[in-house]
Design a protein around this ligand. Structure first.
Ligand SMILES: [Zn+2]
Length: 160
């Protein structure tokens, strides 16, 4: 059974290549393709198994655009999304900002993936990006779906 589980795990990690790319920002707005770190892989495998998974598969398949995970050059710009690009950084540094309820790499990536064009393509209406209603929409339609799947407290509102 051990070997079966290891193979299943590999298949799940291999599936990530169909839906995500990975890069590192080495100069402001300059990116280089790079290998996805294990903690990012683990969180994405988890997200793909959650109810967000089929929305990501469907969104990427229908738009033809993979979601690009980018390791931010600066922690201040980590955990933001633009177009189909998601910037991430260190989770402990993010939590130390103390501006929201406790976050994990999974909850942060679920939220930012909710902002991507490929994810939003699943919905006929999404409030304009950059607005507070868009943030609340993303909390409800992406982050909290993942939080519920993980049994984590729901954020409910972007202010939390
Ligand atoms: Zn957001």
């Amino acid at each position: 059974m051990q070997m079966f589980n290891a193979e299943t795990r590999l298949a799940k990690e291999r599936e990530l290549n169909k839906y995500f790319t990975h890069s590192t920002e080495y100069e402001l707005d300059e990116y280089r393709a790079s290998a996805m770190p294990q903690n990012v892989k683990d969180s994405l495998v988890d997200i793909m198994e959650s109810p967000l998974g089929d929305k990501i598969r469907n969104g990427v398949d229908s738009t033809g655009s993979k979601i690009e995970l980018t390791q931010s050059l600066y922690e201040e710009s980590a955990f933001q999304a633009s177009g189909n690009q998601v910037y991430y950084g260190d989770v402990d540094t993010f939590n130390a900002r103390g501006i929201t309820m406790h976050q994990t790499m999974g909850t942060l990536l679920a939220h930012e993936i909710g902002h991507t064009q490929s994810y939003m393509a699943n919905y006929s209406f999404v409030p304009s990006p950059g607005t507070n209603s868009n943030e609340n929409w993303t909390v409800t339609n992406a982050e909290d779906i993942y939080r519920a799947y993980k049994g984590l407290p729901l954020r409910r509102n972007y202010d939390n």
